[in-house]
Structures are given as structure tokens and as C-alpha cells.
Write a protein that binds this ligand. Structure first.
Ligand code: SAH
Length: 336
């Protein structure tokens, strides 16, 4: 059962050793409560419950039963809280393509347990104050003055906070190990002797096409898909191999190099009427799909002013694109 209480300005007594109680204390402070703390049962004074709206008993191995009994006699509600896990650790969390709905149960657990959350621009951050109550939230994708922190500065911050005893959640967009520099961050934690856990996330490579109705595989249409980074243009060899595979090609970070990709695939013999889709800002209110062909997509993307973040899909599965896009595709194919 869950109850909602407005604790603004109300006195909350948190009972538990300081390390075990630190997360509960931060959560109640974040809820606007006037927090009092008691670290051991022996420290309980007779007047300590006066004016108290709620008592939080932290499950830290000490015997809080006498305090619970006093609360019951005084009619003060008492809650039980899990002890905060020891800090000094990092959890790398894949946040999915941007909506809370695609956070995993493990991601939600990690956020709930976080002392500090370092989140990226494409991570789902709209509701972090609720999902990570009381945690300090640090936007490493956009700092004052709009300068994102560099990779090594992010890693330095992550390490410094974990070494100071915090449970650090490094929240990333999609999956941490798909173009997310997750491997580097794990290496850094290991080299610093810090425990690190990785929580896989739903990658945009699959979920963003899905948001537009495009399955990356489809029986009889495509039985393989390749995910590539379009951060830098591919080589001719890579274009040739990709075209030769005959499956779906999914490109992340590929808006700026789209002309290189289409030209390279054409040179490698891919047919000009191969469907291509661009899905921008998947799962946001402004999600948009532009569908054309290999021969037409550069013009179509230019006319539509397609921008990053977007996932590109090259392959016959793009014909499955939902709704009005399907008509666009049909129109484009008919015209080509
Ligand atoms: N680790 C991430 C990818 C990071 S690279 C993952 O697994 O999804 C960043 C690229 O991901 C963006 O340039 C874009 O190509 C893609 N991307 C991530 N989220 C997106 C979204 N909501 N809509 C469209 N593209 C997205």
C-alpha cells in the first residue's frame, strides 16, 4: 500500500545509523520536512516524539522495536525503510530512448538508491526528482553556459563522488554499451578500484524505429540488422560490406553524414529505390518520421530540415512504417 503525505514543514524523526539513514534523511529533506535524527536507540529522549508527524525506522540492524512501540502508543505513524546500501560505488544505467516508460526495473531501483545522478542529454531526465528522490542531480550534458562536460571531466566527477562514499548513478541514453562510452567508464572505475555495475537499457537502435512502426527484422524481409555509428563517414569497404549483407542498416548519429552514407551505398550497388527512414526525437512529443528512398532521402531530409537526434533505417522493413508515413513511402516509391 502507498500513502501520500504532505510533509512540508512537518517534523520527521529518522531513526538509524547515519550511513544507513542518509538516503532517508535526504528524501525527507527533499520533501520539505523538518528532519530530526537519532542514530542509536539508546539516544532516545522522552520528549523526542513531541510534535513529530512521522517516524522513519531504518532497517540498520539495531533494535528499534521499543521506539516503534512508543510511536504506536502515541498514535504517530512509523514507516520502515531499507538501509542505504554502502556508497563508494558506481552503477552505469542505460536509461532507454528518453521516456520513463522504457526504464527497466533495475534502472528504477538504482535511481531510488542513488546519492548522486550524473545524467546525459539523451537520458530520460524529466522526472528524476521523483525517480531519484533526494539524490543530487547533475546534468553533465548541459552545464551553465551550455558547455557540456567533457568525457574525462565526467569520469573525474564520477570517481571523486564514489570515492567520497556516494552511490553514483551514471544515467545514459539507450544502452550504456551501444555508442555510449560505457566501456570506457567501466574501465576507469576498475582502474580506480571502484565497484561498478552495468544496467542494460533499451537501445534507441531498436526502440526508435519501433516507435515509428518499423521492426528491424521481419520474417521473409530482413533476417539481420547492423547498427553503425554515422559519427564519421564510413569507408568504401564498409559501405560495400553493409550493402552486401542485404539486411537492415540502422545508423545512429548519422544525420550529418547522410549524404556520405547514401552515396557510398549507391556506389556499392544498393538499389536507388531502397526505402530509407529517418526518425527524429523518438518518444518525444515532437517525434517525426521522414521516409523516402536511398536516391531521394538526402533531398527529403533537407526539405524537412531533419536534425539530430535521429535514427536512420535503410532497408525494406521501412515499408512497415506506421500511419501517414506509410502513405508517404508509397507516394515516394511510386514517384521514383
Ligand atoms: N547509447 C545510446 C546511443 C548513444 S549515441 C543508445 O543505445 O540508444 C546517440 C545517438 O542515439 C543519437 O545521435 C541518435 O542517433 C540516437 N538516439 C538516442 N535517443 C534517440 C531518440 N530518442 N530519438 C532519436 N534518436 C535517438
Amino acid at each position: 500500500m502507498q500513502l501520500t503525505l504532505d510533509l512540508t514543514g512537518r517534523r520527521v524523526l529518522v531513526a538509524g545509523s547515519p550511513a544507513a539513514a542518509r538516503r532517508a534523511v535526504r528524501r525527507y529533506l527533499a520533501a520539505g520536512a523538518a528532519v530530526a535524527e537519532i542514530g542509536a536507540p539508546a539516544g532516545l529522549r522522552p520528549d523526542q516524539l513531541d510534535g513529530t508527524a512521522l517516524v522513519s525506522l531504518v532497517d540498520d540492524g539495531q533494535d528499534w522495536a521499543p521506539l516503534a512501540a512508543r510511536c504506536a502508543r502515541a498514535g504517530i505513524p512509523a514507516t520502515r525503510e531499507a538501509a542505504a546500501a554502502p556508497g563508494g560505488a558506481v552503477t552505469l544505467v542505460g536509461g532507454g530512448p528518453g521516456t520513463d516508460k522504457l526504464l527497466t526495473a533495475a534502472a528504477l531501483d538504482a535511481l531510488r538508491e542513488a546519492d548522486v545522478v550524473l545524467f546525459d542529454r539523451l537520458a530520460p531526465h524529466a522526472n528524476l526528482d521523483r525517480l531519484a528522490p533526494g539524490a543530487e542531480l547533475v546534468d553533465v550534458g548541459k552545464r551553465p553556459g551550455h558547455h557540456p562536460l567533457g568525457q574525462s571531466a565526467i569520469e573525474d566527477l564520477m570517481v571523486a563522488r564514489a570515492k567520497a562514499g556516494d552511490h553514483v548513478v551514471r544515467l545514459k541514453g539507450g544502452d550504456p554499451f551501444v555508442f555510449g562510452r560505457g566501456g570506457e567508464e567501466v574501465d576507469r572505475c576498475r582502474s580506480e578500484g571502484l565497484p561498478v555495475t552495468v544496467v542494460s537499457g533499451v537501445t534507441s537502435a531498436i526502440s526508435v524505429p519501433a516507435a515509428a512502426g518499423i521492426p528491424v527484422t521481419y520474417r521473409g524481409v530482413s533476417h539481420l540488422f547492423t547498427v553503425v555509428s554515422g559519427h564519421a563517414p564510413l569507408t568504401d569497404d564498409e559501405h560495400r560490406h553493409l550493402a552486401g549483407l542485404g539486411g537492415t542498416i540502422v545508423v545512429l548519429m548519422g544525420v550529418n553524414t547522410l549524404p556520405d552514407l547514401t552515396a557510398g551505398l549507391r556506389r556499392s550497388g544498393m538499389r536507388p529505390d531502397m526505402p530509407v527512414g529517418i526518425i527524429e526525437r523518438g518518444y518525444s512529443d515532437s517525434q517525426r518520421t521522414t521516409v523516402s528512398t536511398l536516391g531521394g532521402i538526402v533531398t527529403a531530409a533537407g526539405a524537412a530540415r531533419c536534425k539530430s537526434p535521429a535514427v536512420l533505417v535503410v532497408g525494406d522493413v521501412v515499408r512497415q512504417a506506421a500511419g501517414s508515413e506509410l502513405r508517404t513511402l508509397a507516394d515516394t516509391l511510386a514517384a521514383s
